[in-house]
Design a protein around this ligand. Structure first.
Ligand SMILES: Cc1cc2nc3c(=O)[nH]c(=O)nc-3n(C[C@H](O)[C@H](O)[C@H](O)COP(=O)(O)OP(=O)(O)OC[C@H]3O[C@@H](n4cnc5c(N)ncnc54)[C@H](O)[C@@H]3O)c2cc1C
Length: 395
């Protein structure tokens, strides 16, 4: 068995692992990333690509601002196109309670410099012509938000990581982790035994499996979420449509990033499943998901189904990630992004990398520590997450 001792070994080549790898590598840290499969096997290649600053939680907003800056500047900074469409994000609400939560979140976002606002039904109809608004109170509108091609973004982070010196090894599953006292001493991935100074668990929905390898656990639950693509219709293109989140029905939809005029949609209520390596699309939910989407957007009625797929959302109890040193003095966890890892992870990576290097992070990540769950001292992300959203339970 080959032996290797990088400064940092990152397990998991999703958006979290790759963005942290880049931030570490560009400060001269010798970093290796291992993934059990090919680059596009995790949730980061299978998601809806939505990127927004519309959160209720200050730390999520700060991270999301950083992520959007990174993505909008990706081409200028690195000469790579990650196919980001700044089409905006609309959260549609139907109850007074939802409206209060949205208004409070927008006030916080505005105080933090984010350009979002509450819009009434006449303006919603201008932003999204054809949207059904009879049962709508108002919406929040974030014109700077949008959606990205998730594969292109992953590819982009892999490319800039490699360019700055990171090694990325696909098809290297981690199968054993050995510890001695307070430290991890060895990690076996494929045919390599690593003895790194620091290990990072960035395994998303599979992060608890990594923790189980050293006899512990992480409170992250895998939930399957399915997406479908319909259309375009002969007379209607959905190209450039903002990301619309209907809070009451949990339906979400936006124009397909590939510019074909098709529509991508799903429902935020994800099923509890085993964390199997391959996650089949849940076609049993298709008709219900379609009905909810067409209620809000009748223009899509009758659009022909093109394809569907699914991925795993990695839910924590408060819909916030677990970030920081866990279980051992040299093991750092960055997982459990609860359905918004594309929005949060790239902006969080700079601060996570600083902590891994032993420096002071730009954004304090203290609210994301694992021990918040011990005493139930946590603040839930209440706009839209894996387990629930604005005052609406998962249904
Ligand atoms: C259908 C769907 C829609 C979504 N829509 C959005 C959205 O619009 N916006 C948004 O922000 N987020 C969205 N998400 C959530 C987002 O995809 C995740 O939060 C994010 O991808 C998590 O990234 P990650 O790097 O933590 O995990 P992952 O991308 O899952 O990466 C973890 C990696 O760990 C690897 N791994 C697992 N076990 C091992 C092992 N033993 N050894 C080595 N490697 C291992 C896996 O192969 C995987 O590549 C969506 C998710 C789904 C499923």
């Amino acid at each position: 068995m080959t032996k290797h001792s990088p400064d940092v070994l990152i397990i998991g080549a999703g958006i979290a692992g790759l963005s942290i790898a880049y931030e570490l590598a560009q400060t001269g840290v010798e970093v290796t990333v291992v993934d059990r499969r090919e680059l596009y096997a995790g949730s980061s290649a299978l998601n809806a690509g939505g990127m927004r600053c519309q959160f209720s939680h200050e730390t999520n907003i700060l991270c999301a601002i950083g992520s959007l800056e990174r993505v909008t500047r990706f081409h200028d900074d690195f000469g790579l196109d990650v196919n980001f469409r700044q089409a905006g994000y609309v959260f549609v609400c139907s109850t007074a309670e939802q409206e209060t939560t949205l208004r409070q979140a927008v006030e916080l976002q505005n105080r933090m410099g984010v350009d979002t606002r509450i819009v009434q039904t006449d303006e919603i109809s201008r932003i999204v012509p054809g949207l059904h608004t009879d049962d709508v109170c108002c919406a929040s509108w974030g014109p700077g938000d949008g959606y990205v091609d998730p594969r292109a973004l992953l590819q982009g982070f892999a490319a800039i990581g490699r360019r700055t010196g990171a090694t990325i090894l696909e098809h290297h599953p981690v199968t054993s982790i050995t510890a001695s006292g307070s430290r991890v001493t060895s990690v076996v991935a494929g045919d390599i035994e690593f003895t790194p100074a620091v290990v990072v668990n960035a395994c998303g929905a599979w992060a608890p499996r990594i923790a189980q390898l050293y006899g512990s656990n992480l409170p992250i639950t895998p939930r399957r979420s399915s997406l479908w693509v319909v259309g375009p219709k002969p007379d209607v293109s959905f190209d450039g449509l903002p990301q619309i989140i209907d809070i009451e029905s949990r339906s979400f939809f936006h124009g397909d990033i590939d510019g074909t005029g098709a529509l991508v949609f799903g429902i935020g209520a994800a099923d509890l499943v085993e964390d199997t390596p391959d996650t089949p699309c849940n076609w049993d939910r298709f008709e219900d998901a379609r009905r909810r989407m067409e209620h809000r957007f009748p223009l899509a009625a009758g659009a022909e189904i093109d394809r569907g797929w699914a991925g795993l959302i990695e839910a924590t109890e408060d819909d916030n990630p677990i970030v920081g040193w866990t279980h051992f003095t040299n093991l750092y966890t960055a997982a459990g992004f609860s359905g918004h890892g594309m929005c949060v992870a790239p902006g969080l990576a700079l601060s996570a990398a600083a902590e891994i290097r032993g420096s002071t992070p730009e954004i304090s990540l203290d609210v994301f520590r694992l021990d918040r769950f011990d005493g139930g001292q946590f603040e839930r992300e209440s706009i839209y997450g894996a387990t629930g959203n604005v005052n609406a339970e998962n249904r």
